[in-house]
Design a protein around this ligand. Structure first.
Ligand code: GLN
Length: 485
């Protein structure tokens, strides 16, 4: 077995026992990236040199006998909308093609304090808007299971690279499903925590009231290990929650006896791919066999979820993206006649079609005269859905559903039909609207071998319950084939 094939927690043990060095490890991943990423396009920026240097430093610390964290010396990929000091951060956009981040995001600072080795910045949909990583200015990212298919999005680069063993784990961001849906498409574990559990400082804002940074990993253990490092209050993010989790990794427990799992069956009429539904039902059987209790539940007002999410997220995006005006950051058009002309040309040339669509939609729903009719209504609808979920969590511990209504679709699909693309998020957005934690774990494959994801959600700040449920499932389930590249 090659070093790049191990899970992060296994690598951590090997490093700790000094069976391998971090330099060996980083070199193994860099070689792997150089051999396979041409096919997938999962990296926007590779930091091979600085990663090797950092690996040397960690190796020296270890030889000196310093006590190191579980992540020490292990490489990690960072989605390209998260600031890493002195490294280019493009957000998958021409707008920021040459932008060098002047500071570390809090999550990155915490990784660095844990001696984690940042190996590169991962491909993504432009400004995290999308479900396929096809809107990236740097080209589409491909699915390791079938390179004619998409990796999902918007954190497609993270999921594809973890799936293809180019990195052991990554940090992505999730506004409406961007960690979970690509994880479902690429056979990885993707975890979005409770809103406020992980700092957003240094994450480029898309829809600030939904955005969360989170892990994309090969297994639940690695997910817990990474979450432990990035979670926790940060006074540089005003929405950060003052919550202490303890150590989720050490407290992982695979006992779900008596756990109440609610299933909103009526939602699944919209699943067009029967394999996905079959895979989901088989997962419920696994839980039942483990002693969990499956209960029928109804989430109220679900038909408003997708419209509410797209109205609110576009409204926030139009405001957040106003800062990219050619003056302060990023791209500035040439040959402008005056200030207005410069704004117009810089934004017209710097943003891609999907960003422009959201900016226009968002500006429209916030404008005087339409605010009450659209934005305010969407906020009320979101509140109704959140209330419904919160009251369900008084009766059940977990809500289960497929992560995505389908498996990875072909590159090129849905690009000319934004509404179809938005429907990819029909199951993931609930957790963002309600701010609750959710995880996607691989739970099977379709007829042609593409991964299917199982999504589990829990009540706010019940990350440990959620991780335990996912961990139990993973231990009891046979797993899925790895991609062959
Ligand atoms: N696909 C969703 C969107 O396009 C979610 C994106 C995300 O979670 N960043 O808005």
């Amino acid at each position: 077995m090659e070093l790049y094939e191990f899970k992060a927690f296994e690598l951590s043990q090997m490093l700790n026992k000094k069976q391998i060095s971090s330099v060996d490890l980083v070199s193994s991943f860099v070689n792997r990236i150089k051999t396979v990423d041409d096919k997938l396009n999962s990296f926007i920026t590779l930091c091979a040199e600085s990663a090797l240097k950092q690996a040397e430093t960690v190796d020296r610390k270890r030889l000196k006998g310093e006590t190191l964290s579980l992540l020490a010396g292990i490489p990690i990929g960072i989605k390209d909308n998260i600031s890493v000091k002195d490294v280019r951060m493009t957000c998958g956009s021409k707008m920021l093609e040459n932008y060098i981040a002047p500071y570390d995001a809090t999550v990155v600072e915490r990784l660095k304090n844990a001696d984690s080795v940042i190996i590169g910045k991962m491909n993504m949909d432009e400004f995290a808007m999308g479900s396929s990583t096809q809107t990236s200015y740097f080209g589409a990212c491909r699915n390791p299971y079938d390179i004619s298919r998409v990796a999902g999005g918007s954190s497609g680069g993270c999921a594809a690279a973890v799936s293809a063993d180019m990195i052991p784990f990554a940090l992505g961001s999730d506004t409406g499903g961007s960690i979970r849906q690509p994880s479902s498409f690429c056979g990885t574990v993707g975890f979005k925590s409770t809103y406020g559990a992980v700092s957003r400082y240094g994450l480029t804002a898309f829809a600030s009231s939904f955005d969360q940074v989170g892990p994309i990993c090969k297994c639940v253990k690695d997910t817990a290990m990474l979450f432990d490092v990035i979670a926790g209050c940060d006074n540089r993010d005003s929405t950060s929650a003052d919550k202490h989790y303890g150590i989720c990794f050490a407290n992982l427990c695979d006992d779900v006896r008596g756990l109440k799992i609610g299933v909103p069956w009526e939602l699944f009429e919209s699943i067009s791919q029967p394999d996905v539904f079959t895979g989901f039902k088989k997962s419920l059987k696994v839980f039942q066999d483990l002693g969990a209790q499956i209960l029928d539940i109804t989430i109220e007002n679900t038909k408003f979820a997708l419209p509410a999410y797209y109205v609110i997220s576009s409204a926030e995006a139009s405001s957040n993206l106003a800062r990219f005006d050619g003056v302060r950051y990023g791209y500035r058009a040439d040959n402008c006649t005056d200030l207005n002309d410069m704004y117009i040309k810089s934004r017209s040339q710097g943003f891609g079609d999907e960003c422009k669509r959201r900016i226009m939609l968002g500006t429209f729903v916030l404008s005087a005269g339409y605010y009450d009719a659209y934005y305010k209504k969407a906020v009320s609808a979101a509140k109704l859905i959140a209330d419904s979920l919160n009251s369900l969590f008084e009766k059940v511990d977990i809500i289960a559903m497929p992560t995505s209504p389908e498996t990875a679709f072909s590159v090129g699909d849905k690009l000319d039909n934004p509404v179809k693309m938005y429907q990819s998020d029909m199951f993931t957005i609930f957790a963002n609207l309600a701010g609750v934690p959710a995880i996607s774990v691989p739970c099977g494959a379709d007829k042609i071998g593409l991964p299917i994801g199982l999504q589990l959600m829990a009540n706010s700040f019940c990350e440990q319950t959620l991780l335990n449920a996912a961990f139990s499932f993973e231990n009891a389930f046979d797993g899925i084939q790895k991609p062959r590249l």
